[in-house]
Design a protein around this ligand. Structure first.
Ligand SMILES: Cc1ncc(COP(=O)(O)O)c(C=O)c1O
Length: 395
């Protein structure tokens, strides 16, 4: 019977040190969380700018509840779409210079909905091997031909594109999909080079900037502003990009926005199933998102603080081989062995630092790691102490 089979599976996971436990947070304050009645420094959150607790954003959400109520009451295409949803989409598309935006309730549902709407069994998807699970799921669900290229290996990608193009071409549409900032390594996509490939091989790029928006670029406008500080991409380049960023990380709330050419967005409104067949996110939440998008843009001092902390941590880790090639708040410490990674994570917890152990299947086998996520709220003294503890435990 199913529940008995599952009990065997659960025991198997436990024996391989792959059984996951949730930690219930009881309270939180400036960079710290209370778990099991104990305060620990939180180095596990994607709240890179500390906006989950921002008072101005809280007030916008509360005012939003007063104006609109608690929930949207329906899906976007029935009667759950509000003027505040439009305002969020418009602000995002104006800020990044795209024609139009569409708001989803989560990054996961945006990825599934967009890729499923744009690609089917006649199309071909080229995907970085270390892309987020939701992008892989989306590609498989779309039934497109799914080609995975080696991580950041554009020679490999170009070879695959070349094979699909020209005389013996296959795939009606070619879509390259990639994280902008890789969620477990913190390294970056080479966006300009991929756009060149898109132009050369008549492909489009779907870029998931969950971890870059808010952090990268002088105004926090993410991977595009990182590579094009004036956001001055040529229209023919921009047409090839479908840009997605999530609202649950630096923006501090939840949801995702997809920006693209207006025909693409209008088509998504008609066809993205995870947009159509779900209750629209609460308009009050969008009131908070609108405020948060403005705060992100103005948040230069938050970003400067964050950058200083990132540099400090990297400078203080003695064994540089443990670090990845990351300029972002995602700073993995590669331990490789599952048990050893858990052991160090537990030791850090005893010392008052929560740094999660990340194991397969989230990362490839044999690459277990401590995933440090730095926030603008962390104090330099805590970064120094964390580096010291990691040095002690990885000697
Ligand atoms: C790269 C990436 N894409 C998408 C998602 C999913 O976004 P959401 O949490 O809004 O569903 C995440 C993480 O959660 C992510 O790291």
């Amino acid at each position: 019977m199913m529940h008995q089979d599952l009990s065997v599976n659960l025991k198997d996971l436990a024996s391989k040190k792959l059984y996951r436990q949730r930690k219930s947070i009881q309270a939180l304050k400036k960079g710290k969380i209370k778990i099991n009645n104990r305060w620990v420094h939180n180095f596990s959150s994607n709240d890179y700018l500390g906006l989950t607790q921002n008072k101005i954003i809280k007030k916008s959400i509360i005012d939003g509840i007063k104006n609109y109520g608690n929930g949207s009451g329906a899906s976007h295409l029935i009667s759950g779409h509000y003027d505040i949803h439009d305002k969020v989409e418009n602000l995002a598309s104006e800020s990044l210079g795209f024609d139009k935006g569409i708001l989803f309730s989560s990054g996961y549902s945006a990825n599934i909905g967009v890729i499923g709407a744009l690609c089917d069994r006649n199309d071909v998807i080229f995907s970085d091997r270390l892309n987020h699970a939701s992008l892989n799921e989306a590609s498989l669900l779309s039934k497109s031909k799914f080609i995975r290229y080696n991580h950041l290996d554009l020679v490999h990608l170009e070879k695959a594109l070349k094979n699909s193009y020209g005389k013996n071409s296959y795939g009606k549409r070619r879509l390259i999909i990639s994280d902008a900032v890789f969620s477990m390594d913190g390294d970056l996509i080479n966006l300009p080079a991929i756009i060149d490939l898109c132009e050369k091989y008549d492909a489009y790029l779907y870029v998931d900037d969950a971890h870059g928006y808010g952090v990268l670029g002088k105004n926090g406008q993410g991977i595009l502003e990182h590579y094009y500080p004036e956001l001055d991409l040529k229209p023919k380049q921009k047409k090839r990009i479908i840009y997605m960023f999530t609202l649950g990380k630096s923006v501090g709330i939840s949801g995702a926005i997809v920006l693209a050419n207006k025909n693409i967005v209008n088509y998504l409104i008609q066809k993205a199933r995870t947009y159509i067949y779900t209750t629209a996110s609460s308009p009050a939440i969008s009131c908070g998102i609108l405020t948060s998008l403005r705060i992100v843009k103005e948040g230069k001092s938050l970003r400067n603080n964050l950058l200083k902390s990132i540099h400090l941590l990297r400078e203080k880790i003695e064994n540089k081989l443990l670090l990845s090639n990351s300029i972002t708040p995602i700073q993995p410490i590669l331990i490789n062995d599952n048990s050893e990674t858990i052991k160090i994570s537990e030791k850090l917890f005893e010392e008052g630092f929560y740094v999660p152990a990340i194991r397969p299947p989230t990362v490839p086998r044999g690459t277990s790691r401590l995933r440090i996520s730095i926030s603008a709220l962390h104090e330099f003294k805590d970064i120094l102490r964390l580096a010291e503890l990691i040095n002690l435990n990885t000697k």
